[in-house]
Ligand binder design. Structure first.
Ligand SMILES: [Zn+2]
Length: 208
């Protein structure tokens, strides 16, 4: 039997942590990297290393920021979005990805807080409440002072399931829950929409 490269096999295994990448695709990627110029592959390796040592998530909202940009003052957030003076502490907007926070922040005049979940619920892929960080949301809700929760997850099946789950979760608290809806196509991911559509969907959100 022909001996295969152990190092290439290790890379293939490592690549399968990426979403939607199975063994076959990982193998194609590994071969492609093997054929690329060494400096391009090393550059990728350096970028991967950078995100493990130079980037952290804000302890309040969960968006990613460079450690060199963290604010960390008293009980304020670590990022610009969570500095209390500018924000309305009674509102939290729930998103499934940090990218959606930037989009909503740039396209609406929302001044409340954000909380980024680690993706959406997807029981078939083994992604339950714990995997998407529902605990962080619960501890935020338990602190009180929240009057409105805005569900800004996608209108995909998983996004809807997540939205529904969070809504059920808030039953025991006295919180108004609203869901962005208007203008977002069914099965739509926020990341693909233009800022006008997002702005409209946000401002026309429906109470649940
Ligand atoms: Zn933050």
């Amino acid at each position: 039997m022909m001996k295969q490269s152990k190092y290439l096999n290790n890379l293939v295994d490592a690549l399968t942590i990426l979403p939607g990448i199975g063994k076959k695709s990982a193998q194609r990627m590994a071969y492609k990297l093997m054929r690329s110029a060494n400096e391009k592959t090393l550059n990728l390796s350096e970028k991967l290393s950078d995100i493990t040592t130079k980037v952290a998530s804000c302890s309040i909202c969960g968006i990613y920021l460079d450690l060199s940009d963290t604010v960390m003052q008293n009980d304020q957030g670590d990022c610009q979005l969570c500095i209390k003076e500018n924000r309305d502490v009674s509102k939290i907007c729930i998103t499934e990805s940090p990218a959606d926070v930037y989009t909503i922040d740039a396209s609406t005049n929302y001044k409340g807080y954000y909380l980024v979940l680690d993706g959406n619920l997807s029981p078939l892929d083994g992604r339950g409440p714990e995997e998407i960080g529902i605990k962080r949301l619960e501890s935020r809700l338990e602190k009180g002072n929240i009057e409105e929760l805005i569900l800004a997850t996608s209108t995909t099946i998983e996004g809807e399931a997540t939205s529904h789950y969070v809504q059920q979760l808030t039953n025991k608290y006295n919180i108004k829950v609203s869901r962005i809806a208007f203008g977002i196509p069914l099965n739509g991911e926020l990341g693909y929409l233009d800022s006008d559509t997002i702005s409209h969907a946000f401002n026309e959100r429906k109470l649940l």
